[in-house]
Design a protein around this ligand. Structure first.
Ligand SMILES: Cc1cc2nc3c(=O)[nH]c(=O)nc-3n(C[C@H](O)[C@H](O)[C@H](O)COP(=O)(O)OP(=O)(O)OC[C@H]3O[C@@H](n4cnc5c(N)ncnc54)[C@H](O)[C@@H]3O)c2cc1C
Length: 420
C-alpha cells in the first residue's frame, strides 16, 4: 500500500498521478476538506479565499492535474496601479500589452534609469530557463531580493513604490529578504504569464482534483501521529485514533514543520504569515481589473484589489468585493486592522471612506516558508528511511506550481524507483 500524508496540492497531485498509472493508494488528511492552504469560505453570499492567491498561466504544472477551463478562470490585467500620495499611475506589462510600452516609458512613475534597469532585468529573466533562475537558490552567491535589486542599481524609490508592495505581497515578505533566485523566477512567471483567480474561489482546484480520485481513496479528519519504521524502512503509519495502516511507501506531502515533526527532526523557523481583510461595497471604488499597490511605508496594506472587477461572481449581484493583504498585523484586533486598512484604501480612493463595509478578516499563520538566499542548497531530508518520500511547496519555490510539481515528482519516484 502507498500512503500519502497530506491532501494539499502536493498530496493531491501525487494521488492524481498514481491513479493515472493505476496504482492504488490511500490519501490521508487531518483537515475537514482537501486542499490544505487553498481554502475558500462563503460568507453572506461572498466567496472569500483564505489569502489572496493567484495562479499564473505560466505555471506549467497546473494543467497537468486540473481541467483549467472548466474551473472558470478569471484573468487579471497584467500590470498594477501604483498609488502615491493620494494619486495613482498605471504600470502595464509590455510583453502582454505592447502598446503600453510607450505609456510606461513616458509615465513619470519611475526615473528613466529605473525603467531601463527594469527592461534589462525583464529581458534577462524571460530569456533564461526556469532551471537556471532557480539554480541561484542553491548557490552560496545567492543574495536577498533587496540586496540584489540594490546591486542591480534600482533606486530606493523603485523599491518602495513597486518591488516592496508587489513582490513583498507575492513572497509574503515585506523586507524582501527572500532569495533573489526565487524573485527572478517569479519575475519571469509574472511577465510571461497572466494571473487568474476562480469564479467559485481558489478551493475549486483541490475540489476538482479530489473529485477525480477513486472512491474511498481519500480519508479526511485523519491525522497521522507517527511513522512506523523498522530497520530504516517504512512499514506504516499510526493515526490519532491509534489505528495502524501498513504501508511500504509513504509520501509526506506536508509543510516542512509538519514533516519534521513526524520524522522527529528539528522543526525549522516559523513561516511567513499574512492577514486578508475583506470589505463589501455597493459602489465600485475603481474600475480596473488589476491590483493596487500602495507605496511601502505608507501603511500596513501590501496590496489590495476589488476582485469583483475580475470575477463578479465572487459577490452577490450589485455588490463589489475588496480584499487587502497585510503582513504586519499581530498587534491589532480584527476591528482595529479593518479600520486601519479602510483608512489606507480611502487615502487612495476617497469614496472608500463611505462605501466600504467590513466583512471579515482571515489570518493565515502559515503562509509560505522562509526562503532566504541559498535556501535550496539545504537537503533536510536527504537521509530518509527507505520507502519514505517528501513532497510539498517548500521543496521548490513555495507556490502552487512547486507544490504540484513536488507531488508529481514523488509519484514518479515511486513509479520509477530506479530513476529517482
Ligand atoms: C495566504 C497565501 C497566499 C498565497 N498566494 C499564492 C499565490 O498567489 N500563488 C501561488 O502560486 N501560491 C500561493 N501561495 C502558496 C500555495 O498556496 C502553497 O504553496 C500550496 O498550497 C502548498 O501546498 P502543499 O500541498 O505543499 O501544502 P499544504 O497546502 O499546506 O498541505 C499540507 C496538508 O497536510 C495536512 N496535514 C498536516 N499535518 C498532517 C498530519 N499529521 N496528518 C495528516 N494530514 C496532515 C494539512 O491538513 C494540509 O491539508 C499562498 C499561500 C498562502 C497561505
Amino acid at each position: 500500500m502507498i500512503v500519502i500524508v497530506g491532501a494539499g496540492l502536493a498530496g493531491l497531485a501525487c494521488a492524481t498521478e498514481l491513479h493515472r498509472h493505476g496504482k492504488p493508494f490511500l490519501l490521508l488528511d487531518a483537515g475537514e476538506t482537501p486542499g490544505g492552504r487553498l481554502r475558500t469560505s462563503i460568507r453572506d453570499g461572498f466567496t472569500l479565499d483564505h489569502g489572496f492567491q493567484v495562479v499564473l498561466s505560466s505555471y506549467s504544472a497546473v494543467s497537468k492535474v486540473v481541467d483549467i477551463a472548466s474551473l472558470q478562470p478569471r484573468y487579471f490585467e497584467s500590470g498594477a496601479l501604483l498609488a502615491h500620495k493620494g494619486r495613482f499611475a498605471h504600470l502595464a506589462n509590455p510583453l502582454r500589452h505592447p502598446l503600453a510600452l510607450f505609456e510606461n516609458l513616458t509615465s513619470p512613475v519611475f526615473s528613466f534609469r529605473d525603467k531601463l534597469l527594469l527592461g534589462t532585468l525583464v529581458t534577462r529573466v524571460t530569456m533564461s530557463s526556469d532551471a537556471s533562475l532557480l539554480s541561484r537558490c542553491k548557490s552560496t552567491k545567492d543574495l536577498s531580493t533587496r540586496d540584489f535589486l540594490r546591486q542591480f542599481g534600482f533606486s530606493p524609490f523603485f523599491l518602495a513604490r513597486f518591488a516592496e508592495p508587489f513582490f513583498g505581497g507575492v513572497l509574503l515578505d515585506g523586507d524582501l529578504g527572500t532569495s533573489a533566485g526565487l524573485f527572478l523566477y517569479y519575475l519571469k512567471k509574472f511577465t510571461t504569464g497572466r494571473a487568474w483567480i476562480l469564479a467559485s474561489g481558489i478551493a475549486a482546484i483541490p475540489t476538482q482534483m479530489a473529485s477525480l480520485l477513486p472512491a474511498g481513496s481519500l480519508r479526511l479528519r485523519t491525522r497521522v501521529m507517527a511513522l512506523d519504521v523498522k530497520n530504516h524502512r517504512a512499514c506504516g503509519v499510526t493515526l490519532e485514533n491509534g489505528e495502524h495502516i501498513a504501508a511500504s511507501c509513504i509520501v509526506l506531502a506536508l509543510t516542512e514543520p509538519a514533516a519534521c515533526q513526524l520524522l522527529e527532526r528539528p522543526v525549522p523557523e516559523p513561516a511567513r504569515s499574512v492577514a486578508v481583510v475583506y470589505f463589501k461595497s455597493l459602489q465600485s471604488i475603481y474600475p480596473n481589473p488589476c491590483l493596487v499597490l500602495p507605496e511601502s511605508g505608507s501603511g500596513r496594506v501590501r496590496h489590495f484589489a476589488q476582485v469583483t472587477n475580475v470575477a463578479p461572481e465572487l459577490a452577490p449581484t450589485g455588490f463589489h468585493l475588496i480584499t487587502a493583504s497585510v503582513l504586519d498585523f499581530a498587534d491589532l484586533t480584527d476591528e482595529m486592522l479593518a479600520q486601519s486598512v479602510k483608512n489606507e484604501i480611502a487615502a487612495i480612493f476617497p469614496n472608500a471612506a463611505t462605501s466600504l463595509e467590513y466583512l471579515e478578516t482571515i489570518r493565515v499563520p502559515y503562509g509560505v516558508p522562509f526562503q532566504p538566499p541559498g535556501f535550496a542548497k539545504r537537503k533536510p531530508f536527504s537521509d530518509l528511511p527507505d520507502g519514505i518520500y517528501a513532497a510539498g511547496d517548500w521543496m521548490g519555490g513555495a507556490s502552487i506550481q512547486s507544490a504540484i510539481s513536488s507531488g508529481l515528482d514523488s509519484a514518479h519516484s515511486i513509479l520509477n524507483p530506479h530513476c529517482s
